[in-house]
Design a protein around this ligand. Structure first.
Ligand code: GLA
Length: 701
């Protein structure tokens, strides 16, 4: 079916994408206006925008598609530019358009006097009710121009009423927790100025009229595919009109655009669902699995990982790795990952970053013997790296103190005792690419955990070409993307895990390069229910790394049963970091059984649809359900929180089943119809604090 239609006598484009429709029109004065962003509308010709108010730009400018700083525009601009001659006024008017493959629309706008073009691109993904959009700013004139702000785009929500914003916020060890607030007036800015996506806020904004629930009501979603400084501005621009602008943060940013050059923004992802937050999340999850994730691994299951971090920390060596690998293989682990501590001089976090050769004291014979040992036990070998970083106490830094971001003669603030390599420099970029490429070429490594453990500070690039100093915010991210893209191309069998002190760099730009993410350094299985709930608002469980670790938990001092810890971690890409040497034989057997079970059901978790049946935020009980796309299998994860006051536990009413199918519960012979399970519910039968259960439903043939 055609997604993009052009109605020529109206100068109007309609982009239909599943449940979502996006309508653009050229207004009488030549400006491009967003007529509609929301559910499907017909006939589109009837929509019009008129109106003029004292002390406001006319109504159509309030809904301008790619607003500038120029003329009578007072809202957050998508584009702010200094044109030749110091002109800081830019007004874009419609020039031309192109439709490709029925689902890609490009509309070109041009400044009224200078040869500066903005190509606005739209791509519809009808199977997921998603549209992506991005802009390309082209300088076709003879002189350079300076971009001071160049966002990916803006959307105008349906006019009228108050909007509620739902977003993901947190901190290290407490990422992606759900926050909701009603926007009443003015601007609400979500952003990162840390050089990465950030733990504090994630580039995801959902909007509803205050009436949407988990499975009902209309929800609009705006996300950004970008792993550096970003900004999302939700702003009432006048007369009940909410605009949402999103893109690379203009804070400390500028881009020198020579004649003939262009600047391409990251993608803004637009989503819409009339089935609540759950419906929106499921569309996003399907889109991520079907479109965003690196293609070579997208349809493969995620392996069960053992990671050494919470067992050995920096104290890894040939001997203890071999011992752990033996037990890991026994309990069913598929990938054995050596985390931090393996390279030269790395005994704690004060030294070694930058010197990516095996530490001669810990690995006198190199990594070879450990890799061979891991492989001989039937597992894949994985390794931790932090390519963007250097410790001042390293050979690399002693050789190249000028390779980090800094301002000459000023302090270089350290975080976790480390500094950031200036990947805007081509020599540094090449160096990083080469050692990583060599490491993967010379060793049989099938899994890489790419970490990034600090925020940017003193972002100086002393030898930058004139006028390009502030481009580092974008150039650094582009360099990380380029290195990853090329490394992936050369080593197509390697799985890449993205990490930034936990979930500090999770976004849809990173997801084009990383097969999975390390969700949080917080591995407390109860805290994880909250973090993982928020994570799944935007990101699919297939990418959600979750480990079973030791008790009491190193962060919370909480002791939860091995079963609870496994169940919590099985809701994503399962990993283990518990000290296997300390497990009793009974515990080892229990771990083995959980892993065996996970391998049987992981296709439901990783490639199924998620229903968040009951949020841990509502207290008492938390429940999450996964259903295969064909609705023949389902898993229900139930966790009791605190019991009290003689309350009886409610039945869990499931969702997403086929009402007419008969489902067998836990291979017990007991069966119920989908209708019964959805409308009456299941008695999970668990009592007590912090207990858990996984219920498996299978449709009878
Ligand atoms: C970060 C990661 C951890 C671990 C350590 C190693 O904090 O999030 O999982 O890899 O670094 O130093």
């Amino acid at each position: 079916m055609t997604s993009v239609n052009f109605i020529s006598n109206e100068k109007l484009w309609s982009i239909r994408s599943g449940e979502l429709q996006y309508i653009l029109k050229v207004a009488d004065d030549g400006s491009l206006v967003n007529l509609h962003f929301g559910g499907r509308v017909e006939p589109v010709e009837s929509i019009s925008l008129g109106g003029h108010f004292p002390f406001e730009p006319s109504l159509h400018l309030l809904r301008e598609e790619y607003s500038t700083f120029g003329g009578l525009r007072f809202m957050e601009p998508c584009l702010k530019v200094e044109l030749p001659g110091g002109v800081r006024d830019c007004v874009l008017k419609y020039e031309s358009f192109k439709i490709e493959d029925n689902n890609v629309l490009s509309i070109t706008l041009k400044d009224i006097s200078y040869e500066l073009f903005a190509d606005l691109h739209y791509r519809a993904y009808p199977a997921y009710s998603i549209i992506t959009k991005w802009a390309e700013i082209r300088n076709a004139g003879p002189q350079p121009v300076i971009l001071e702000e160049a966002l990916s785009g803006a959307v105008s929500l349906p006019r009228g009423g108050l909007w509620r914003l739902t977003f993901l916020s947190g901190h290290w060890a407490g990422e992606t927790r759900i926050v909701q607030e009603v926007l009443k007036a003015g601007k609400k800015v979500l952003e990162s100025r840390r050089g990465t996506t950030s733990h504090q806020l994630n580039p995801v904004a959902f909007f509803d009229a205050g009436d949407a629930g988990e499975e009902e009501g209309e929800v609009w979603g705006c996300l950004l595919g970008w792993s550096g400084n970003w900004k999302c501005v939700s702003e009432y621009v006048g007369h009940d009109q909410l605009r949402v602008a999103m893109g690379v943060n203009d804070f400390d940013f500028s881009w020198y655009l020579e004649s003939g050059e262009s600047f391409k923004t990251p993608k803004m992802i637009l989503a819409y669902s009339a089935s609540g937050f759950g419906g929106l999340s499921r569309s996003l999850h399907r889109f991520e699995r079907g479109v965003v994730l690196p293609r070579n691994n997208a349809t493969k299951p995620r392996p069960v990982i053992y990671n050494t971090w919470e067992t050995l920390y920096f104290n890894v060596n040939e001997e203890n790795l071999k011992q752990l690998a033996d037990i890991a293989a026994e309990i069913g682990v598929e990938v054995f990952v050596v985390d931090d501590g393996w390279f030269k001089g790395r005994n704690d976090d004060r030294a070694g970053l930058g010197d990516w050769v095996p530490d001669p004291h810990k690995f006198p014979r190199g990594l070879g013997p450990v890799i061979e040992h891991v492989k001989s036990r039937g597992m894949i070998f994985g390794i931790w790296v932090e390519p963007e970083m250097v410790n001042p106490n390293s050979d690399l830094y002693r050789r190249h103190p000028d390779w980090v971001y800094h301002f000459p003669g000023r302090p270089r603030s350290e975080m976790r005792n480390q500094l950031i390599l200036n990947l805007s420099r081509s020599d540094v970029r090449e160096y990083v690419f080469n050692w990583l490429d060599r490491l993967l070429a010379e060793n049989d490594i099938g899994f890489v955990k790419w970490d990034m453990n600090r925020s940017f500070s003193e972002p100086g690039w002393p030898d930058a070409p004139r006028g390009r100093e502030r481009e580092i915010w974008v150039r650094h991210v582009q360099a990380v993307y380029e290195i990853l893209d090329e490394i992936r191309r050369r080593h197509p069998n390697v799985i890449f895990e993205g990490c930034s002190g936990g979930g500090g760099r999770v976004d849809l730009g990173a997801m084009e390069r990383f097969d999975q993410f390390w969700t949080s350094d917080n591995t407390d299985a109860l805290d994880r229910l909250y973090i993982q709930e928020g994570y799944t608002m935007a990101y699919c469980p297939k990418t959600m790394g979750a480990w079973v670790t030791g008790v009491p938990n190193f962060l919370t001092n909480r002791t939860l049963s091995l079963e609870f810890r496994f169940h919590s971690a099985m809701m994503g890409a399962l990993g283990i970091s518990v000290n296997l040497l300390e497990l009793s034989s009974i515990e080892k057997e229990e771990a083995r059984m959980h892993i065996e079970f996970y391998k049987k059901i992981r296709h439901i978790v990783l490639d199924g649809d998620l229903y968040r049946l009951k949020s841990p935020r509502s207290g008492g009980l938390a429940a999450f359900q996964y259903v295969t796309p064909d609705k023949t299998e389902s898993l229900i994860f139930v966790f009791t929180l605190q019991q009290g006051f003689g309350r009886s536990e409610p039945l869990v009413r499931v969702r997403g089943l086929d009402p007419s199918l008969i489902y067998e519960v836990d291979s017990s012979g007991q069966s119920f119809s989908g209708l019964y399970l959805m409308n009456y519910g299941i008695d999970h039968g668990i009592r007590g604090d912090y207990k858990s259960k996984v219920i498996y439903l299978k449709a009878r043939r």
